[in-house]
Ligand binder design. Structure first.
Ligand code: G3H
Ligand code: 13P
Ligand code: ZN
Length: 284
């Protein structure tokens, strides 16, 4: 199959009350792990490329790997730009073959975020590509701020209503207590806020920084309208720990396949687990 759009996947998820996993990919082994997990669980899946992935692998390599993966499987696969930084980058990715994009204007004042998102939407609509935007600031666990300070950056439900009405964006990333990277403690989600946002905006909600969020909190968030769950850090952890284990056991190992093969298997296992938590297994 060629790439599917993310809107279609999230529409089915909305009807079925589950979420689709959006997994960050940086190299061939991780692409293969995501597809192997999706096939084993019979799940629709979103491959996504971050700014770091684009810098590391390049847009063309990412598209080529993802396209081959999508064409060689029967499960629906979308390719999504994660945290797109500019109109120009979004255009480059669409031209290269991405089926969905995120434009992250969350650092901009509301009006500018709306303007940028609208501009991207007008162009993306013309070529049948879905668009994710971000309102509120999700940030990273390394940003040295305490939880009470982070709350100042949480998504305001009323603002979300204005944003979605004015832009017509397809799905929205919200800040409700998650952060990118490894958490120091256990993150607590502001579920009442999520419920309020969802009652105002009606479109699918995206949860970023989902690695390390307790499984039950993820399930509660899905119950309240999260339909796309982004996972990167947990894949990195599984991948790197497995590679490290091989090298710790045999410091003389020089065959990359003996290091990266087990890493790929470990990544597959964690992705399968996530898919089952999101409830997207057997939905392909
Ligand atoms: O956006 C979230 C990613 O986990 C950050 O990824 O380090 O590949 O840019 P990056
Ligand atoms: P984690 O790395 O915390 O899983 O976040 C991934 C993400 O939100 C990508 O956009
Ligand atoms: Zn993110």
């Amino acid at each position: 199959m060629s790439f599917v759009g993310v809107s279609e996947l999230l529409r089915d998820a909305e009807n079925g009350g589950y979420a689709v996993g959006a997994f960050n990919c940086n190299n061939m082994e991780i692409v293969q792990a995501i597809i192997a997990a999706a096939e084993a669980e019979k799940a629709p899946v979103i491959l996504q490329a971050s700014q770091g992935a684009i810098k590391y692998a390049g847009i063309d390599y990412i598209v080529a790997m993802a396209r081959l993966a999508a064409e060689s499987t029967r499960v629906p696969v979308a390719l999504h730009l994660d945290h797109g930084t500019s109109f120009a980058q979004v255009v480059q990715c669409i031209r290269a073959g991405f089926s969905s994009v995120m434009i992250d204007g969350s650092k901009l004042p509301l009006e500018e975020n709306i303007e940028l998102t609208k501009r991207v939407l007008e162009m993306a609509r013309a070529v049948g590509v879905s668009v994710e935007a971000e309102l509120g600031k999700i940030g990273g666990t390394e940003d040295d701020i305490v939880v009470s300070e982070r709350e100042a950056f949480f998504t305001d439900p009323e603002e979300a209503g204005v944003f979605v009405r004015e832009t017509g964006v397809d799905f929205l990333a919200v800040a409700i207590g998650t952060a990118h990277g490894q958490y120091k403690g256990i993150p607590e989600l502001d579920l009442p806020r999520l419920e309020k946002i969802k009652s105002v905006v009606k479109i699918p909600i995206v949860l970023h920084g989902s690695s390390g969020v307790p499984d039950d909190a993820i399930r509660e968030a899905i119950r309240r309208g999260v339909r796309k769950v982004n996972i990167d850090t947990n894949i990195r952890e599984a991948f790197t720990e497995a590679a490290r284990k091989v090298l710790d056991a045999n410091a003389n190992e020089i065959d990359p396949r003996k290091v990266l093969g087990p890493a790929r298997e470990a990544a597959t296992a964690i992705i399968r687990e996530k898919i089952r938590i999101f409830g997207s297994n057997n939905k392909a």
